[in-house]
Write a protein that binds this ligand. Structure first.
Ligand code: NI
Length: 193
């Protein structure tokens, strides 16, 4: 059996480094695609609603014990470091656990990290579609003793998408807010306002 986590880690190990260079991005077109999701108060958002802005997208779930809170904090601090440039970016948190993460719960959760972070949920199919489009690793771990109290193992990456909705780069888990801000700033500088 193939260890999917190892595959994802390997993919990142081989591909994230060169993305920083000015050369054509070997990952362009490999990640991303249309989505049709729901925020609080039943507001629908598709990827097209964010054209003209960069999207900084993180996939996770509100009951995540450690990785999501750390990464969302890093992302929020990076946005703050970007100052007025952060206005060119729409940060999104898309749930990998739509059964428990309602749009209202997501809105409440993301508000504790950053005022501009938008939480998006949807039905199982809508989430499965966006998870597939972004090649997000997602595996449920269901304890026999308490099946409702499951965990979801998921990749911990921030995807930077351009104003055209196309993939720009991946920022992996574990970096500092300063580093994330620096990477994002590089991409902002390449494209006119
Ligand atoms: Ni998480």
């Amino acid at each position: 059996m193939i260890d999917r986590r190892a595959v994802v880690t390997g993919l990142l190990a081989c591909c994230v480094g060169p993305v920083r260079a000015q050369q054509a991005d070997p990952l362009a077109g490999r990640f991303g695609g249309p989505f049709d999701l729901v925020a609080s108060h039943g507001r629908r958002f598709t990827d097209r609603d964010f054209r003209g802005r960069f999207m900084l997208i993180y996939f996770g779930y509100t009951r995540c014990p450690d990785v999501c809170p750390v990464d969302l904090l890093t992302m929020s601090q990076a946005l703050n470091l970007l100052g007025p440039d952060a206005e060119r970016i729409q940060p999104l948190f898309i749930t990998v656990d739509p059964a428990r993460d309602t749009p209202e719960l997501l809105a409440d959760y993301v508000s504790s990290f950053h005022p501009r972070l938008l939480g998006l949920g949807g039905d199982d199919k809508a989430i499965a579609d966006v998870v597939r489009a972004y090649k997000v690793h997602r595996v449920k771990y269901i304890p026999a003793s308490d099946p409702t109290n499951y965990g979801v193992d998921h990749s911990s990456l921030a995807y930077l998408m351009g104003p055209d909705g196309q993939f720009r780069t991946i920022i992996p888990h574990g970096g500092t807010p300063e580093r994330m801000a620096e990477i994002v700033r590089t991409y902002l500088a390449r494209e006119a306002k």
